[in-house]
Design a protein around this ligand. Structure first.
Ligand SMILES: *[C@@H]1O[C@H](CO)[C@@H](O)[C@H](O)[C@H]1NC(C)=O
Ligand SMILES: *[C@@H]1O[C@H](CO)[C@@H](O)[C@H](O)[C@H]1NC(C)=O
Ligand SMILES: *[C@@H]1O[C@H](CO)[C@@H](O)[C@H](O)[C@H]1NC(C)=O
Ligand SMILES: *[C@@H]1O[C@H](CO)[C@@H](O)[C@H](O)[C@H]1NC(C)=O
Ligand SMILES: *[C@@H]1O[C@H](CO)[C@@H](O)[C@H](O)[C@H]1NC(C)=O
Ligand SMILES: *[C@@H]1O[C@H](CO)[C@@H](O)[C@H](O)[C@H]1NC(C)=O
Ligand SMILES: *[C@@H]1O[C@H](CO)[C@@H](O)[C@H](O)[C@H]1NC(C)=O
Ligand SMILES: *[C@@H]1O[C@H](CO)[C@@H](O)[C@H](O)[C@H]1NC(C)=O
Length: 364
């Protein structure tokens, strides 16, 4: 009888103790998650910001078509999103690296080399069924192999688009601190907004036809233009269209003896074809991928960290200021060729997933 009373007492004690613990935990949880009025003001705005960032993250992770949103209307949201803490996600980076490696293999096929192209090999053009036979003379001028075959990954890469958003950005120092820097269409680099170092720069064959038609007779202007980039490789889509080939091969013939330290290389049309298929398979609607987008994909495969600058296809900034088309001029792009906003939402999605980092604000 006595033992029963005592065990009853013990039970009661356990009950009350348990109840007390539950109450304490509940109060703690309540104070943490619900008791906003009990919080300091700044703590509350921090928490509110975090919640907002999570919402924005959800929103921008999901967008896959520029048609489904009015980009101009989401600029406010995007501006808020760009102020949120951005962390890259190792899993996502490896996932994208593997997917791109298996579909397109930029690591071994980005441009034509002696290793990936045989003498007399017929290569198919990127945009047609025409073929080009790589004769012994051209083959002899191809680079032996990729510089990264020896280096492994390229480290931190800066891919510098030509968007007007870079003007007055002061991003030059940050860009120059990257391990590998990619630029496009021989864009000027005499500018504190974009930096001065370059490892790879693309040339549009139409630039060569328009500005350096006489390069064989007078190579000086072209040599002066490309010397600005030091020893950076010059990459040309020589086999995109049949009319690109002659001028590209001529450029290689002219520059190789004068600047042997600066390789002229040709995009592999096979790589670009498979990359095009890959993105069309993911619903990207576009006639041809932009060179910028192509090399972002190359960077996702080859770099440890990918940072994008100057990728912003709209004519107002996040602060609603009017922007020029390029950071160096205001010439409008050719219509109907690229669907830059469509590409941009894909880049935004990759940013949200933590696969790369988009820079859309001035650098500090
Ligand atoms: C994002 O997409 C997922 C799955 O497609 C869906 O469940 C979710 O509701 C979407 N979120 C937003 C914010 O649209
Ligand atoms: C996005 O912008 C709209 C309109 O400017 C605003 O009402 C909404 O709260 C914003 N969403 C987030 C998550 O900030
Ligand atoms: C990183 O991405 C993976 C795959 O989508 C996801 O499961 C994981 O939760 C992410 N990690 C972080 C820290 O967000
Ligand atoms: C990429 O191409 C190279 C050379 O053709 C080949 O050796 C390698 O196995 C390929 N890698 C993948 C993942 O397909
Ligand atoms: C390439 O083709 C030419 C003529 O078409 C031929 O003379 C040459 O032997 C071939 N070279 C190789 C390596 O097959
Ligand atoms: C850049 O800065 C200059 C001088 O401060 C100013 O005149 C110009 O309007 C600015 N341009 C842009 C696009 O903000
Ligand atoms: C920068 O380079 C561009 C083209 O290369 C040239 O037109 C411009 O005058 C240069 N600006 C300065 C300040 O040197
Ligand atoms: C460019 O290449 C030349 C010759 O190989 C070399 O002497 C020079 O140091 C290189 N310049 C840079 C900036 O790497």
């Amino acid at each position: 009888m006595c033992t029963t009373a005592r065990s009853l007492q013990m039970d009661l004690f356990k009950w009350i103790f348990g109840l007390l613990i539950v109450l304490v935990i509940y109060t703690c949880l309540y104070l943490t998650y619900c008791g906003k009025h009990e919080m300091m003001g700044s703590e509350m705005t921090d928490r509110f910001k975090l919640l907002n960032c999570m919402k924005l993250h959800q929103k921008f992770s999901n967008i896959t078509s520029a048609n489904s949103i009015d980009m101009m209307n989401v600029i406010g949201n995007l501006s808020a999103f760009m102020s949120c803490l951005h962390v890259t996600n190792r899993t996502q980076k490896e996932l994208h690296r593997l997917r791109l490696r298996f579909c397109c293999n930029g690591t071994d096929l980005l441009y034509l080399t002696k290793k990936n192209t045989a003498v007399n090999q017929s290569i198919a053009y990127e945009t047609s069924n025409r073929v080009y036979k790589v004769g012994a003379a051209l083959h002899k001028m191809l680079p032996e192999d990729f510089p990264w075959s020896r280096r492994g990954h390229l480290g931190r890469c800066a891919v510098v688009g030509n968007g007007g958003i870079l003007k007055n950005s002061s991003c030059g120092r940050e860009i120059d601190s990257a391990d590998f820097i990619i630029r496009f269409n021989l864009a000027p680099i005499n500018d504190s907004d974009v930096g001065v170092k370059t490892d790879l720069v693309t040339i549009n064959p139409s630039q060569l036809s328009a500005d350096y038609r006489n390069m064989a007779e007078n190579p000086d202007p072209l040599v002066r233009r490309v010397s600005v980039y030091g020893n950076a490789s010059l990459m040309i889509p020589a086999f995109a269209y049949t009319h690109c080939t002659a001028v590209s091969v001529k450029t290689l013939q002219v520059l190789q003896p004068i600047r042997p330290q600066q390789p002229v290389v040709f995009f592999s049309p096979y790589y670009l074809k498979t990359l095009d298929c890959f993105w069309k398979g993911l619903g990207l609607k576009e006639k041809r991928l932009s060179t910028g987008f192509m090399l972002v994909n190359m960077a996702l495969e080859l770099c440890d960290d990918v940072h994008l600058y100057g990728f912003w296809p709209f004519d107002i900034s996040l602060k609603q200021q009017t922007l020029q088309h390029h950071y160096y001029d205001n010439k409008p792009p050719k219509p109907f060729m690229h669907a830059m906003p469509e590409e941009f939402v894909r880049l935004l999605q990759l940013h949200s997933q933590g696969a790369l980092t988009l820079h859309l604000q001035p650098c500090l």
